[in-house]
Write a protein that binds this ligand. Structure first.
Ligand SMILES: NC(=O)c1ccc[n+]([C@@H]2O[C@H](COP(=O)([O-])OP(=O)(O)OC[C@H]3O[C@@H](n4cnc5c(N)ncnc54)[C@H](OP(=O)(O)O)[C@@H]3O)[C@@H](O)[C@H]2O)c1
Length: 346
């Protein structure tokens, strides 16, 4: 390992967010000063990452905590982009960073991924709320419910910063949309599809009618995949070049949004695409029956989250210079290609 290069460990290289961020790192103006390592489950994808993209891809899983710990220990920067909810995995990363700090005195940087889902209510699609969160409002961040999604993981990230062995940042993407078109997605290495819109799309294709939770009246924020990847890079650049100007710990939470939609907007666009593709003759969405929620979303509880309110503003990222380009109109326009892609897979 060349000592002049910045060692970076990235999780989730084969995923939607991880692939998009890795692609941006590979085309970064300082890319030749990075030594990027990742851990992937597929030996075939590891080979492509190594041979085609020059990434040191280790074959392994997130359950191999010793391996993860040592990869984190060897890195000045960790992009954790794979799994917001795996507490043991996060602790393996933190253990590695702690060892690095105590052995060589480096203050490593962790850029962790959470999600605006930490803010949701239980509206079940029946109403819109007025409460809007800001990531520069620390008291609001501290008051997020202890029972919200992966709260323990997010608090452990902040705790590491407060203990002083790492400088930590948390990116909280909202509904990410758009089919990824960067070189890693094109090479079949990373997943080109997001989570929420594809889930509604697959369900709607299966029932041959667009579905919505309740009346779809609640709000959610959204962000394009290229814009969220850019937020990670703006944060990374700032954390490297101006650490004292870059919020970390409790001041290091970064919502990722550039607009809001109602859930019904997504379902209506899915319905319109279903009609245009000749899959149904009625574009109007119908409410999912309670029994459909576990079928299409994994559990009834998770299904209801597709009717929740979640409202926030990405004030901290914008203050760092992040300028997202895509808007809610782009989200709506992204839906037909998504429906077409999943219709072909059926
Ligand atoms: N997409 C969104 O709109 C969004 C918004 C906010 C937050 N998030 C959160 O961000 C995280 C990543 O989301 P994503 O959309 O990028 O998901 P994704 O496309 O499914 O990517 C997940 C990544 O994690 C890897 N992975 C999962 N379990 C693993 C294991 N046991 N060992 C090794 N690798 C493993 C996957 O590898 P394989 O390729 O081998 O499966 C893949 O690289 C998730 O926690 C998600 O909840 C996503």
């Amino acid at each position: 390992m060349s000592t002049s290069k910045t060692p970076i460990f990235l999780t989730g290289a084969t995923g939607y967010i991880g692939g998009a961020v890795l692609a941006r790192l590979l085309s970064h103006p300082s890319a030749n000063t990075f030594e990027i390592t990742t851990i992937v489950r597929s030996a075939e994808k590891a080979k492509i990452l190594k041979e085609k993209f020059g990434v040191n891809a280790i074959v392994g899983t997130h359950a191999e905590h010793d391996k993860i710990e040592s990869l984190a220990e060897n890195s000045h920067v960790v992009f954790h982009l794979a799994d917001a909810g795996d507490e043991a995995l996060l602790h393996a990363i933190l253990n590695g960073l702690k060892k690095r700090h105590s052995k060589i005195g480096d203050l490593p940087i962790l850029i962790h991924t959470s999600g605006t889902g930490v803010l949701i209510d239980d509206a079940r699609g029946e109403y819109a709320t007025d409460t809007i969160h800001s990531d520069i409002n620390i008291e609001q961040l501290k008051s997020i419910s202890p029972t919200s999604f992966h709260r323990d993981v997010d608090l452990a990230v902040v705790d590491a910063d407060e203990k002083g062995f790492a400088r930590t940042h948390i990116v909280l993407p909202s509904t990410i949309y758009g089919i990824a078109a960067h070189p890693l997605a094109k090479a079949g290495v990373s997943n080109p599809h997001s989570l929420q819109i594809p889930a509604i799309t697959r369900a709607s294709l299966d029932r041959k009618r667009a579905g919505v939770v309740g009346k779809g009246l609640a709000w959610w924020p959204n962000v394009h995949i290229d814009d969220i990847a850019e937020l990670y890079i703006v944060l990374f650049d700032s954390s490297i070049s101006s650490p004292d100007m870059t919020g970390h710990g409790w001041e290091g939470w970064y919502y990722g949004e550039n607009g809001e939609h109602h859930w019904i907007d997504i379902s209506r666009a899915v319905g319109k695409a279903l009609v245009e593709l000749g899959i149904t003759d009625n574009a109007e969405p119908t409410s999912f029956a309670v029994e459909e929620l576990p079928k299409y979303f994994g559990s009834e509880g998770f299904g209801w989250s597709f009717g929740s309110n979640c409202r926030c503003r990405a004030d901290r990222g914008r203050a760092l210079g992040w300028k997202p380009k895509y808007t809610t109109q782009d989200l709506v326009a992204s839906i037909k290609p998504e429906v077409e892609a999943f219709a072909k897979k059926q």
